[in-house]
Design a protein around this ligand. Sequence first.
Ligand code: SF4
Length: 461
Amino acid sequence: MGSTADEFLVASEEKAFDMGHRRIINYNIGKYDAAVERGLSKIINLENTKRKAHAIKWKVMENLDKLLPEFEANFQKRGGKVIWANDAEEANREILNIIKKAGAKTVVKSKSMVTEEIQLNEFLEEHHIESLETDLGEYIVQLLGQKPYHIVTPAMHLSKEDIAKLFHEKFGTPLDFTPQQLTQKARELLREKYVQADVGITGANFLLADTGSIAISENEGNARLSTSFPKIHIAVVGIEKLIPSITDLDLFWPMLSTHGTGQNLTVYNTILSGPRQADETDGPDEMYVVLLDNGRTNLLAQKDQRQALYCIRCGACLNACPVYKNIGGHTYEATYSGPIGSIITPHMAGMEEFKHLSYASSLCGKCTEVCPVKIDIHKMLLLNRRDAVNEMLVTTKEKWGWAFWKKGMLNRKFTDFFSGKTKNFLLRRFFKKTWGHYREMPTVAEKSFSQQYQEKNGFGD
Ligand code: SF4
């Protein structure tokens, strides 16, 4: 078994030359691009708005130690309970305790990348708890036994024919069912589950410190159903999702929706501030927020890369990335794929295992350009590469290669000592694999530029 980096290279090559995959992705991202362009045109001063969003998130990350307890205190005032989880294991254990205490057997889940991160579904399954995804895209990938392909649109890699075939195999629906009919079928199947489930689990797009609330944005209404039918609601949220005030939503909601899907506003935006109160008719008896660290404070400790925590998970950088568009989301083998995943995964899941993702970039800067919170994404990728080198996590071959190159670049006589033939031999011997077999290796001239220049002009350097 090779390293994660080796597997990444093999899977990337396979996907990049899979024409069917490319056709679906180009089509889906093309539709997204057109919608986003329309959505962004409605924001009067986009650059200013992005700067403002960046400044708010900067303030949050610099004051996380004050704002998180503020959120906790305000959430508790209305009867909510906060659980602090250092890692996935702690979060899963606490969630299981709540489920077991309630004697629950079925859980309905709305789309949440953070629960993917802690592998909650797998964990619950091991403990004989049925966990059902209720977001249509998530439901589809769950039926396929796959992970989400994209942080916003989990089934982006599938065509409508793929989905019709899946529903035909699983539920016997006709192969020519339209997307509307397929959605209707999924609705029918899921509706009764909401009523049966004792526990609803969601993520949250934002934590609001001043009101002690969570804000959830969704297009299908499934998160609302998952939080209002079951007796218990558990929200699992990364600590970086905090914003200072409910009034900041007037900026973050449209920024998330325009950059995520091109909508002016997501269809359902819900603010939940605790369990059902005495004078309320709807809502759960108990509500918990699991505040998850799971490596986020490692990133917070990196002064240079801390801004990666400003991310609001809109997915824009994935759709813009030429690498993502070629190799697809699953290839990254990480919960968060694309440029943002390449920055945060090494800090959250281990630099040694995931440092190669920081190299999965052309550094064209498109990701930085589209980011609604102005994260300097391609610079963060370079900083990760720097850290990998400083932590001596590069291969001996690479170390020697750079040392040799540096020596040559600093010493003209040393460079010119080797003939073109030797240089070409060394190039082929050591860089052929890195260069890849779809491109022809460049050929170094027999004489260096300096030698040719001297010969032509008749003077020394
Ligand atoms: S890094 Fe920026 S563009 Fe990428 S998902 Fe996060 S907020 Fe969106």
